[in-house]
Design a protein around this ligand. Structure first.
Ligand code: URP
Ligand code: ZN
Ligand code: ZN
Length: 485
């Protein structure tokens, strides 16, 4: 009887902090041995000449979720997780999204019902809190946090989802009291609406005006406000999908003050620009997301902030709406103006190859930084480490084998999501995940998807470690405990 279910031989392993050669022994879905010369496994993979990394952790993606415009994402839990697996990702953390009037507990149950039978790889949930009633703040959130839902996203824009500053403070207070990480979509709603109304009054309706309605300062203002509100409550926050320089300046300012403010960016802010929204006809809609892609100079600033460690995580913000589909981007009709077009771009499958090729391949970030940004940091930040996000004895055997020299021209035909376009069409990359292993099972190999629906497991998250940081009270009165010192 072999000692291992699977042995990966001649593994050149990269983690967030190390590079080492070893064999990897896997039993019952866990890594149980890391040394050369391991005994035989029931299954063997020779990884000579390849690179071995922890499977990616994509901590921002929207799956089987209805947008604020009432459009369902194209991907369901099967196609989204298949696509993730084929792109080297082994854990996703999408959202269970509360719409006003809904009980959060019911929302979470509904998302589990969707995910459980279809997920191919493991998953956790962030909660989107859009209706922080007394019941939600006092009972549902505390119970859900105990149950392993230890991160919430809140919106400062979109009428249907956004919180007022006061509601945001209430949510931050629960996060500090009960131990959760708050993620913020930081854009100023009134600035956007005011600009959009004036654009539309002037007859300016095309996709490119989406970016004109949301200039960087809209994001800068909301980022700064979020930092200030979190400082008042004395709790960590993460600013999601940061698009460029002005928001980065705010995060850097906060970090230099010693505040626990984290940042996330996404492929669209490295590889797309606002010019893409100005493509002929309606093509620009393929590149519409919020915040919008900026210009080349801002792309460089985002790269610099990835290099110098300002960003903690690199996520896809996969928000897939099909282009040529009456239920997709143009659900409101082909004559829809920019406010009526569904916002979001896909990216689950290409997140890792894009950053590997342009980041590691071009010498902008190290391999260790790549692993940290795409897997380890997200696992740690959201309370899944060391089960996920690393290659270590005792961790889940979630492993991606890379061919660092494989050249691929990205096109929709090679991807495994349910989309009808990719915004990265025609982009040539070097390096591709050729094998993906999810809890010891090979789910992607030799350009073939080998996984199955329902094999993914729900991952309850621990308290995010950032919540244990030393307190930095702003006043003598602690607004969370009610104690005056
Ligand atoms: O445009 C985007 N990012 N759509 C997805 C929803 C969100 O705000 O992340
Ligand atoms: Zn968002
Ligand atoms: Zn998002």
């Amino acid at each position: 009887m072999p000692e291992f279910d699977l042995v990966i031989r001649h593994a050149d392993v990269a983690t967030e902090s190390d590079r080492f050669s070893t064999d990897i022994g896997i039993l019952d879905g866990k890594i149980t041995a890391l040394e050369s010369g391991l005994s035989e496994g029931e299954q063997e993979i020779d990884a000579a000449g390849r690179l071995i990394m922890p499977g990616g952790v994509d901590s921002h993606c929207h799956v089987e979720q209805i947008s604020s415009n009432g459009v369902w994402t194209a991907d369901d839990w099967f196609t989204a997780t298949r696509s993730a697996a084929c792109g080297g990702t082994t854990t996703i953390i999408p959202f269970a999204c509360q719409h006003r009037g809904q009980s959060l507990r019911d929302v979470v149950k509904d998302y589990h019902d969707l995910a459980g039978p279809k997920a191919v790889i493991d998953y956790a949930f962030h909660l989107i809190v859009s209706d922080p009633t007394d019941q939600v703040l006092g009972q549902e959130l505390p119970a859900l946090i105990k149950g392993g839902y230890t991160s919430f996203k809140i919106y400062l824009t979109y009428d249907a989802l956004m919180l007022t500053d006061r509601q945001f403070l209430d949510v931050l207070a629960v996060a500090r009291r009960d131990g959760a990480m708050v993620m913020v979509h930081a854009e100023n709603n009134d600035m956007i609406k005011w600009m959009a109304d004036r654009l539309l009054q002037a007859g300016l309706r095309a996709p490119k005006f989406h970016a004109v309605a949301r200039p960087m300062l809209v994001e800068r203002e909301a980022t700064h406000r979020s930092i200030a509100l979190a400082e008042l409550v004395d709790v960590p926050i993460l600013i999601v999908h940061v698009s460029g320089g002005e928001a980065i300046e705010q995060i850097r300012w906060a970090q230099e003050r010693g505040l626990n403010v984290y940042g996330e960016t996404c492929p669209q802010y490295l590889f797309l620009t606002e010019d893409d929204l100005d493509k002929p006809g309606l093509e620009g809609a393929k590149h519409m997301c919020s915040p919008p892609p900026r210009d080349k100079a801002n792309q460089e600033i985002v790269w610099k902030a990835l290099e110098d460690g300002l960003f903690e995580v690199f996520s896809s913000d996969h928000a897939p709406y099909r282009f040529d589909d009456p239920e997709g981007k143009f659900k409101a009709g082909k004559d829809a103006h920019f406010k009526q077009i569904a916002n979001g771009v896909p990216g689950l499958e290409v997140r890792l190859p894009l950053l590997f090729s342009e980041g590691v391949g071009k010498g902008r970030i190290s391999l260790e930084q790549f692993v940290a940004l795409t897997a380890t940091n997200a696992a740690r930040l959201y309370g899944l480490f060391p089960r996920k996000g690393t290659i270590a004895v005792g961790s889940d055997a979630d492993i991606t084998i890379w061919d660092p020299d494989k050249q691929v021209k990205i096109s929709q035909s090679i991807l495994h999501d349910a989309m009808d376009y990719t915004p990265y069409d025609g982009k040539e990359v070097t390096g591709w995940p050729i094998t993906t292993i999810s809890r010891g099972n090979v789910v992607w190999d030799k350009e073939e998807f080998l996984g199955g629906p329902g094999k993914g497991e729900f991952l309850p998250c621990d308290t995010p470690p950032a919540l244990s940081a030393e307190r930095r009270p702003v006043t003598a009165f602690d607004p969370v405990t009610g104690v005056l010192s």
